[in-house]
Design a protein around this ligand. Structure first.
Ligand SMILES: Nc1ncnc2c1ncn2[C@@H]1O[C@H](COP(=O)(O)OP(=O)(O)O)[C@@H](O)[C@H]1O
Ligand SMILES: O=P(O)(O)O[C@H]1O[C@H](CO)[C@@H](O[C@H]2O[C@H](CO)[C@@H](O)[C@H](O)[C@H]2O)[C@H](O)[C@H]1O
Length: 517
């Protein structure tokens, strides 16, 4: 067979070897099919919740892609392996495109799972991205259960895929030898920076074993978070939650596994970047996030002190476990200087973004100066972007923490470094203030400020009770981290939710000891 005979073009206009039906796509950047697809994505991506370049028009380039085995292809493999025949053609093509957007202030690499079908699927109508000239219907893969099925198979069977498409993906199961099959899937609705797919699952037979050897008990449902903006390096969400789960912590959902990918990136030493693409965990049904629980309590005028105390204890417990299983670091003068330099850099950025903050600059500088001379505990791995929205109330009682990805406005390399536990404490204190602040656009609840003050104190009391944390000697540090978080929030709100900007600005005024004119 000649080389040209052995190639075919997939539904996305990308070449791939015909001999490997489920194999990777070879990206043909000059291929008209790819251009057509990118043009469709340029229209579609800005309307997606996860698109981080709000207000900009994407300028897209395909960096790489990989194919996942379609459920039909999986069936064909199984049939072939069992000798019962083969030849079932895949019903759907599942490709993940890694698309670089150079239209914003900084380039961003997006993960965009796609499925292509030769016939329209009415139940996927809301996820139709485009119909290609070839007649293929291209869908948002996250909404297509074929993608969910293929993704969970990749993870729980420890499979790998890709290469010719310029990108690869490898599943890493937390419990090797126990593959899972998807029985139904849906995308989690709501405000999310990534895309989470909830899957009901059953045990699948491990490769080379008969189906009857699978465990009998039905496995718990799974939530698989597909990271949308990709970074070179580990994603702390995966690393920290996996480490906690492995240490037996019940303060995070059980881990199922993850996907690690590679793609080309000329900024990386050998030109190949690698990072996490997805993370699968046990889905906890019936949970409510602490932001909602707290807001309802505040609205009803109910105290939140018992819950906040328990949250403080849970937070200290997670910090203690992380300090036990991940590296900790002595606060050398260089490290202290680096943390303070980062705070001052953020301060400058916040003033540039929100000029009215300039009036508090001298007071903010004094708070940072004071923190520099005070007591510093050892640095350790922490949550990194801790607020009420990152904590779930489970129906059986107790708090469970999620989303250890760190602050999205911070470089990934920084988010992977040991940090001060006090950053998380400060983050949660700010969150109680946000609950009170969110009343500002409704008639102000007279007790909202007192409610927040009581919740803040109860949270600190719970943290101290569990950890023995010395609030007195860490006071200057806590104040510095609280104002640092409020400065971060001012930047975040100015860029994402300008109507909420007054919440951190008012807090900065208060913390700086000044008053807004
Ligand atoms: N294991 C889980 N079980 C049930 N719900 C979950 C679980 N993990 C996350 N969620 C829900 O998904 C939401 C978003 O998850 P999160 O990790 O914060 O995603 P993102 O990084 O995209 O913001 C959470 O607020 C929670 O409501
Ligand atoms: O949850 P993310 O990781 O996307 O975090 C970002 O968005 C948060 C808002 O959803 C933002 O949190 C801020 O608003 C919360 C109320 O919506 C409040 O509870 C937090 O205290 C406040 O910081 C977070 O800062 C940002 O990184």
């Amino acid at each position: 067979m000649s080389d040209s005979d052995s190639r075919r073009v997939n539904e996305f206009g990308q070449e791939r070897p015909a001999t490997d039906q489920h194999g990777p796509a070879k990206v043909g950047l000059a291929n008209p099919g790819t251009d057509e697809l990118l043009a469709a994505l340029t229209e579609w991506m800005p309307a997606q919740r996860w698109f981080a370049g709000k207000g900009t028009t994407p300028v897209l380039r395909l960096v790489g892609s990989f194919d996942l085995r379609s459920p039909a292809a999986t069936l064909a493999d199984l049939a072939a392996a069992s000798g019962s025949g083969a030849g079932l053609s895949p019903a759907v093509t599942i490709t993940t495109a890694l698309v670089l957007d150079e239209g914003g202030s900084q380039p961003k690499l997006y993960q965009v799972p796609l499925t292509a079908r030769s016939e329209a699927l009415p139940e996927l109508a809301g996820g139709l991205i485009t119909t290609l000239d070839s007649g293929s219907f291209v869908y948002d893969g996250a909404l297509d259960s074929a993608y969910a099925t293929a993704l969970l198979t990749l993870i729980t069977s420890d499979e790998s895929t890709g290469n010719d498409g310029g990108a690869t993906a490898s599943g890493r199961s937390q419990e090797p030898g126990h593959p899972l099959a998807v029985t139904s899937s849906r995308v989690l609705s709501g405000e999310q920076s990534n895309t989470s797919i909830i899957m009901t699952v059953s045990h699948a037979a491990a490769a080379g074993t008969a189906a009857s050897t699978a465990p009998a008990a039905a496995p718990a449902p799974v939530i698989c978070k597909v990271f949308r903006v990709l970074h070179h390096g580990d994603n702390p969400d995966v690393v920290l939650q996996s480490a906690l789960a492995k240490a037996g912590s019940t303060r995070v959902p059980a881990s199922v596994g993850s996907v690690v990918g590679t793609w080309s990136d000329e900024r990386v030493f050998d030109g190949i970047a690698s990072g996490h693409l997805a993370f699968a965990q046990e889905f906890l049904p019936g949970v409510r996030d602490a932001w909602r629980v707290a807001l309802e309590a505040a609205e009803a005028g109910h105290p939140f002190t018992a819950d906040a105390f328990a949250l403080g204890e849970a937070t200290a417990e997670v910090h203690e476990t992380l300090a036990g299983v991940m590296p900790t670091v002595e606060p050398s003068p260089e490290l202290i200087a680096a943390v303070l330099a980062s705070m001052r850099g953020r301060h400058a950025e916040a003033v540039a973004e929100v000029p009215e903050l300039g009036q508090f600059s001298a007071a903010v500088d004094r708070i940072f100066d004071k923190a520099a001379t005070g007591h510093w505990p050892r640095l350790q791995r922490i949550h990194g972007d801790y607020h009420l929205g990152q904590v779930l109330a489970v129906p059986s009682g107790g708090w469970v923490l999620v989303d250890f990805e760190g602050e999205p406005l911070r470089p990934m390399a920084e988010r992977n470094q040991p940090d001060l536990a006090v950053r998380d404490i400060a983050g949660m204190l700010r969150s109680f203030d946000y609950v009170a602040g969110s009343f500002a656009d409704t008639p102000l609840h007279p007790s909202a400020t007192a409610w927040a003050q009581d919740a803040r104190q109860a949270f600190l009391d719970g943290y101290v009770a569990r950890s023995g944390f010395d609030l007195t000697s860490n006071r200057a540090l806590l104040e510095a981290f609280e104002i640092d978080k409020a400065l971060y929030e001012a930047i975040y709100e100015a860029r994402n939710r300008p109507t909420w900007l007054a919440i951190p600005v008012t807090a900065i005024a208060r913390l700086a000891g000044g008053a807004l004119s």
